[in-house]
Design a protein around this ligand. Structure first.
Ligand SMILES: Nc1ncnc2c1ncn2[C@@H]1O[C@H](COP(=O)(O)O)[C@@H](OP(=O)(O)O)[C@H]1O
Ligand SMILES: [Mg+2]
Length: 264
């Protein structure tokens, strides 16, 4: 397994460690989040421009360009996912870097999807953890009677949360950052992450690539594939979970959607 210091997700960073992992040790509150977003963007964009000057980039913190739709290689980055948690000096924030490659698999040419995520890294600096597609490990199979823990947004849990929690008999584990929640499934700290109601490609691309490399289930909440480098960066919902419970989760969401008329 890559470098990991196992701590509970979302733990509070002690104030004495305030200056250790962040990009902006000297600023507080919302200004800290804003400055962290800007500084992380600046550093990653500079590195990509230096090392891969011909590649396109889709970033939460940069103006989008239609050029990426015809590019062969597109970096999909979220320089600071969990800005709210970063600004609150918590540890549950992450840095996402994914590479999308045109014609990544022979099947791509025959489908509507011209490319796929081919490599990614997610850093959780507050926990001194980096996960990547090349070295991530596959967890042992989930026992039939294993307790299920469900990662959910600590600030805006989607409406489907309660239906899924109840149907699985799961314990809810609230935490910030899509990357930290997906990493928690990869790390065996929870068994599933379900999100609906809004998100963008950069929120999930890198951690989803790592989850796939670890053999986890990844899809939209209706079971359809998560597609990246689409013209519209909006990618509002997803399920990342241990493969053994994917069918149960998708059918709980489908029943909830059918009876409530909600899609989130
Ligand atoms: N309803 C929504 N609409 C748009 N983005 C959302 C969203 N819910 C969550 N997100 C984004 O998903 C990431 C994880 O959110 P959460 O911690 O609530 O699960 C955050 O990314 P950023 O911090 O990069 O903005 C947040 O902005
Ligand atoms: Mg984000």
């Amino acid at each position: 397994m890559p470098t990991q210091r196992l701590t509970s997700p979302g733990r509070q960073v002690r104030s004495s460690s305030r200056s250790a992992p962040g990009f902006t040790p000297d600023v507080e509150g919302k200004a800290r989040g804003k400055a962290g977003d800007a500084k992380a963007q600046e550093r990653i964009a500079a590195l990509l421009a230096e090392r891969f000057p011909h590649d396109a980039v889709l970033s939460e913190e940069a103006r989008d360009s239609a050029a990426r739709l015809s590019a062969d290689r597109v970096w999909i980055i979220d320089p600071l996912d969990g800005t709210r948690e970063y600004s609150e000096d918590r540890a549950d924030w992450a840095v996402h870097v994914a590479l999308w490659t045109r014609g990544a698999t022979p099947a791509d040419a025959a489908t509507d999807f011209p490319g796929e995520l081919t490599a990614a890294a997610v850093a959780i600096p507050g926990e001194d953890v980096v996960l990547d597609t090349a070295s991530v490990e596959v967890l042992p199979a989930l026992a039939d009677d294993a307790p299920i823990r469900l990662a959910v947004s600590r600030s805006r849990p989607p409406a489907i949360t309660e239906a899924v929690r109840e149907g699985l008999g799961a314990e809810l584990v609230p935490m910030g950052s899509a990357g930290v929640k997906i990493a928690a499934v990869v790390r065996g700290q929870v068994e599933a992450y379900v999100h609906a109601g809004g998100q963008y490609q950069w929120d999930s691309a890198a951690p989803v690539a790592i989850a796939r490399a670890a053999g986890l289930h990844t899809s939209r909440i209706d079971g359809s594939p998560l597609v990246y480098n689409e013209a519209d960066p909006y990618l509002p919902d997803l399920v990342v979970c241990r493969p053994e419970i994917a069918d149960r989760i998708l059918s709980l969401i489908a029943s909830h959607t059918a009876t409530s008329g909600e899609d989130s």
